[in-house]
Write a protein that binds this ligand. Structure first.
Ligand SMILES: [Zn+2]
Length: 251
């Protein structure tokens, strides 16, 4: 039975039997895995403090052919989201982990997704504000999955969308961006202002640790959030449990 050692991000856990947990984790090199952590719910377990969602851990696990579940030998916390002791950061941790769990495929290596997760965790732990991290994370997650529509030029007429009086509209149903002229005065869909497009351009080239210096007024944050929710609903064909939690927390 081969033993694999690697770095991983914890995505979620659930109870198994009297004292154990099933742990879903994204490895750096071998995709998403599902494994049993024996005794993880005992008070002095060797897994203590390492199984919170979005914790970066060093893990070792045994994998047997023809078995879906691996067996965790150990998991040691390297960076915990609990370092970001702000309440809004902690409510977002579950959201980030749930999104990664939805999109990561079991056994399908995805190092870019892993790096998006770890850089998000590092930014949260370093005290970068939560809102720009969340919009950045959604943007890159959708981009890595190939579902973020091109947002540089209008898909109908080719006009650049980032001019000062421009902006874009997410075309309802089509999930493509058009310029205001093509969208028309009655054009439905969610609007992105030039400032929101500017944030996306910045998000395309800086790591999340630098987001503390990037301007994101509440109005722009709301525009981007609405567009990202719409794209995610379309592609996941459901609403996430954690987006309902985030909405309830805000009320
Ligand atoms: Zn156009």
């Amino acid at each position: 039975m081969p033993l694999y050692k690697t770095d991983a991000l914890i995505l979620r856990t659930y109870k198994l039997g009297e004292a154990d947990r099933i742990v879903v984790f994204l490895t750096r090199d071998r995709g998403k895995k599902r494994g049993v952590a024996n005794g993880a719910r005992r008070p002095r377990s060797r897994f203590a403090g390492a199984l919170e969602p979005l914790t970066r851990v060093g893990v070792a696990y045994y994998e047997r052919e023809q078995r879906d579940l691996v067996r965790l030998s150990y998991a040691e916390s390297q960076c915990s989201p609990l370092l970001a002791s702000r309440p809004d950061a902690l409510t977002h941790v579950g959201y980030f982990a749930e999104l990664m769990d939805e999109w990561a495929q079991e056994g399908d290596p995805n190092e870019r997704l892993y790096r998006l997760g770890t850089s998000t965790l590092d930014a949260l732990a370093a005290g970068v504000p939560t809102a720009p991290i969340a919009r950045y994370f959604e943007y890159w997650l959708l981009r890595l999955q190939g579902v973020y529509p091109p947002h540089v030029a209008c898909h109908r007429c080719g006009t650049a969308l980032d001019s000062e009086d421009g902006g874009a509209r997410l075309e309802p149903g089509a999930h493509l961006f058009t310029c205001p002229a093509c969208a028309g005065p009655e054009g439905g869909g969610v609007r992105l202002s030039p400032d929101a497009l500017g944030f996306l351009a910045t998000a395309g080239r800086v790591p999340p640790l630098q987001l503390g210096a990037v301007r994101l007024p509440p109005r722009v944050d709301q525009e981007l959030e609405a567009v990202h929710r719409s794209l995610m609903r379309l592609h996941l064909e459901k609403e996430l449990r954690s987006t309902r939690v985030l909405r309830d927390v805000r009320r």
